[in-house]
Design a protein around this ligand. Structure first.
Ligand code: AMP
Length: 213
């Protein structure tokens, strides 16, 4: 594919956006940018931004728009984004999407990965993450080749906001604040929908086909 891809991956938490972002990033050689990962790194290294974001993340609430818009503005200004990029977890509100427009960022594709809430809750309990390299796995659908350890060797952990009661809050937030973005991008004529499949490779095939369309 020769065109430049500036892709937004939409979908509920746990719908598989992060994994698809990693796969597309590798295939097309463009960065996958996860605001959640950037915030978690800031929390781990104890920066001011991390300290102020911590309570929001832990309760499943959204970090204020001004904070995440600032993060994205800085990240998109880096030179590796010139060839295109994938946004995973941003925008999550209509004002965040409007901020992208105001920055003059011309998104080429928006893919919404659709998974019913009850499947999300079941999936999240099996999610495992690597605190060192950021890779994400699922004990059933996408296991690490190293068992309980990451492919980089680090022991895998469960994200604190993947606890079932927090997941329900995150789903509520998704339906209230993020799902309206489907309408926002549908009106711009760039929304594509992918039905999340049981098998990772089946979802990937549908996502890549949506990008070809
Ligand atoms: P994620 O890794 O994308 O599931 O994000 C984890 C958490 O980070 C979310 O539940 C929010 O608390 C915060 N977060 C990540 N991206 C955003 C965003 N675009 N807007 C507001 N909060 C965000």
């Amino acid at each position: 594919m020769s065109r430049k891809i500036k892709l937004i991956l939409l979908g509920a938490p746990g719908a598989g956006k992060g994994t698809q972002a990693e796969i597309i990033s590798e295939k097309f050689g463009i960065p996958a940018i996860s605001t959640g990962a950037i915030i978690r790194e800031a929390i781990a290294s104890g920066t001011d931004m991390g300290k102020s974001a911590k309570s929001y993340i832990e309760s499943g609430a959204l970090v204020p728009d001004s904070v995440v818009i600032g993060i994205i503005k800085d990240r998109l200004a880096e030179s590796d984004c010139d060839a295109g990029f994938i946004l995973d977890g941003f925008p999550r509100t209509v004002p965040q999407a409007e901020a992208l427009d105001e920055m003059g960022v011309e998104i080429t594709d928006v893919i919404s990965i659709e998974v019913p809430d009850e499947k999300i809750v079941a999936r999240m309990s099996g999610r495992r993450v690597c605190k060192k390299c950021g890779s994400t796995f699922h004990i059933e659908y996408n296991p690490s080749k190293n068992g309980d350890n990451c492919v980089c060797g680090e022991p895998l952990t469960i994200r604190s906001d993947d606890a079932p009661e927090v997941v329900l809050d995150r789903l509520r937030v998704y339906h209230d604040q993020t799902e309206p973005l489907k309408d926002f991008y549908s009106k711009k004529g760039i929304l594509k929908t992918v039905i999340g499949q049981e098998k990772l490779e089946d979802t990937t095939a549908l996502t890549l086909a949506a990008l070809e369309k």
